[in-house]
Design a protein around this ligand. Sequence first.
Ligand code: SF4
Length: 440
Amino acid sequence: MKTKSHSNKKVNLITLGCSKNLVDSENIITQLRHGDWNAEHEQPDNAEVVIINTCGFIETAKQESVDTIIQFAQAKSNKEIKKLYVTGCLSQRYRQELANEIPEVDAWFGTLELPELLAKFDVDYKHELIGQRQTTTPKHFAYLKIAEGCSRTCAFCAIPMMRGSHVSRTIESLVEEAKNLASMGVKELMLISQELTYYGLDIYKKRVLADLIKALTEVDGIEWIRLHYTYPGRFPMDVLDVMAASAKVCNYLDIPLQHVSNRVLKNMKRHTKKKDVYEVIRAARERVPGIAIRTTFLVGFPGETEEDFEELLDFIREMKFERVGVFQYSHEEGTSAYFMEDDVPEEVKVSRANRLMEVQRSISEQKNAALVGETLKVLFDRKEGGYFVGRTEFDSPDVDNEVLVLADKNFVRIGDFAHVLITDATEFDLFGDVVPEHRT
Ligand code: SF4
């Protein structure tokens, strides 16, 4: 496709899936803008070119990606757009099959084919732009992807197949990027990768996540650093010490545990046992008092019995995690679990997921009720439905609890911190009033 064949040079980029995909989209947008294209994120206004960055993680995510491609293929057939490109995990995984089924798509790209995608726009890939990423999130927070891929071998997971082995970025390049983000107004950095604790093993031959976090705390303007997606096996405990020592590192740990039954963990090839899981959670709570732990569980894995599931429920009741998410097992070809029988019926998977969240709902309700009367530091993200809506250091955007203050009673600026006296609580939200003298 030649640049001159386009009158408005507008590109609409659609992102599906997780925050890691969002960072990839932001990199695509940055490269295109430097190549003189007017690339926007999910802004359909008469863009002639659409890029869809897909997700191929589990069945529901794949279906959502396919539906979106079909929707835009239809738009192309109706001559509402001129070109349609598809990239990301789904495209990496099923390129040939999809190309046969959806011929309206002009070209398909894998997760490591950004230069090839840019070539369609007559834009040369510029490596130096990685550290100058233009974000699509609210100005005051950004995701910082510290590594690509994953070198673990969890039996249920298709990610390594789509994203390759773990490749860390250097501490220097990440600090440079953090400085750029801070200069654009970012106050909160969310560290992400498929699995943070592996960071450094490939390029420094040792785990250096704690060193990276320490270096990031030195960046002026960054006030909160949040850790997402850590692996419990051989967890680097020095990370907890950095968290306890620095007010800039949120007392928040996202540590997907998946399960707790030794039998299921073994079948999942998690290389952790129940005792290791207990050990890391206890260490986190001892070394970082008041820490909020977010975790995710996978129910309905092949061979999971009612007894295994009850064991998981008991564990959740005992550990009283601050935040919990749940996935139902999806039988993915190419994974090692695909060779096992997908023997937990769909309705049992659904019921287990619901039962698990029911237990968590009441834990969350009790924890939130205990916060009434406390004053918490809140970062405000947006105004919505008569409220200013923000988060505490114990909450990440999109997935965790929010703090709401009435807009006609309180004044805050979006992107600013303020202290809020909590006056009411529901299972997943807190309500309160700004304490004026505490505004920061
Ligand atoms: S650590 Fe996470 S991304 Fe890596 S294989 Fe396991 S589940 Fe997949």
